[in-house]
Design a protein around this ligand. Structure first.
Ligand code: FAD
Length: 317
């Protein structure tokens, strides 16, 4: 089912989970073990992230070569495997980085043949080891260009003229940043680029993680005020360690409000820190549910135990 149709037809909280492919060389059974514990919460979708290769430099016979090494391959394979095992719809993340538009088209055709009809279209982070995002030669610089390409295929427009070309049927999500994307000069400019992504054909927005209800509310109000009318799904990250109070703001450019920081810092043991963090995020989720959000997207990392505990608390199961 398309994410947008599931949102429009949902009677209950529409839940989606985000997972990262396991490292190369890891058995997929580890991922199944994690997801087996989360499936009882009945997620409607599972998003699977995509990562650019890490760039390393290797010397062979006195010549230095730039070698891209992919640590977490398999996004599309995992989507197909999860669809088979759990009979669930998956949302592969598709990025501009590392792809020419011709390679993107071929990858989209693979998805189409596999019957995977949801995509989260992103520019992607800079490749590991590089400071700035560098588009591929013949690739896209911004997510809006990728959205335009996918939307074109939905209307039967491919990169070359094809006789009687069949349209694809992708539902397209894009990323939104309630506290602005870190490269954008200001939130208003960032909102206009978000609007442009929607105008190019995105059906819904999924947000970066945030930790304050007011931040989400203000983002939605700003979006509506400039004519962005598609659903905006909040992205939620359960907090469970003191370390995350520094790493999350550093990597994701989000603020963690003081009441959450104080609740976690005043806890005495690791277990109490974890309970305090998850309790605070469950409170945030309840505020969001009262605000009638179109769904809830949980960034679920590692073994998914923090996600499981959050869902138990939030859904009372
Ligand atoms: P864009 O929308 O292209 O925006 C990037 C920057 O360019 C912004 O500052 C924007 O304001 C600016 N901009 C956009 N268009 C224009 C324009 N026409 N002119 C001038 N400036 C412009 N990364 C991964 O690598 N893999 C993943 O799987 C992944 N999953 C994610 C899932 C979610 C829900 C979110 C929120 C983020 C995810 N990311 C992922 C991170 C994302 O790729 C990065 O945040 C990236 O830096 C920006 O991607 P974007 O799609 O938002 O880019």
């Amino acid at each position: 089912m398309h994410v947008i149709d599931a949102i429009n037809n949902a009677n209950d909280v529409l839940l989606s989970l985000e997972i990262t492919p396991p490292n190369k060389g890891t058995h997929i059974n580890d991922l199944y073990e994690t997801l087996d514990t989360l499936m009882p919460f009945k997620p409607a979708f599972i998003n699977v992230t995509y990562h650019q290769p890490q760039v390393v430099y290797e010397e062979v016979n006195d010549v230095i070569y730039r070698v891209p090494k992919r640590k977490k391959p398999g996004t599309v394979g995992i989507c197909a495997a999860l669809g088979n095992r759990y009979d669930i719809d998956t949302v592969p993340h598709f990025i501009c980085g590392g792809f020419s538009k011709f390679e993107t088209e071929d990858a989209l055709i693979d998805l189409h043949y596999l019957g995977i009809e949801n995509i989260l279209a992103l520019r992607g982070d800079p490749a590991h080891g590089e400071r700035n995002f560098i588009p591929n030669r013949d690739g896209h610089r911004y997510a809006s260009e990728l959205v335009k390409q996918i939307d074109g295929m939905n209307r039967g427009i491919y990169l070359e003229d094809l006789e009687d070309a069949q349209p694809t049927n992708f539902c397209i999500g894009v990323a939104g940043y309630p506290e602005k994307h870190f490269e954008a000069p200001n939130i208003d400019k960032d909102m206009l680029t978000l609007k442009h992504k929607v105008e190019q054909g995105a059906h819904y927005i999924m947000t970066q993680m945030f930790f304050s209800f007011e931040v989400y509310k203000s983002f939605v109000e700003k979006a509506r005020s400039i004519g962005i009318n598609v659903p905006i799904i909040p992205g939620i990250k359960p907090l469970s360690t003191i370390n995350q109070l520094n790493t999350i703001p550093r990597y994701f450019h989000t603020n963690i409000p003081n009441p959450i920081v104080e609740a976690m810092e005043s806890a005495r043991t690791k277990e109490q820190v974890r309970k305090a963090g998850i309790k605070k995020i469950a409170e945030l989720c309840r505020q969001l549910l009262d605000y009638d959000v179109p769904g809830m997207h949980i960034y679920s990392m590692g073994r998914g135990t923090a996600t499981r505990d959050l869902l138990k608390l939030m859904l009372g199961k």
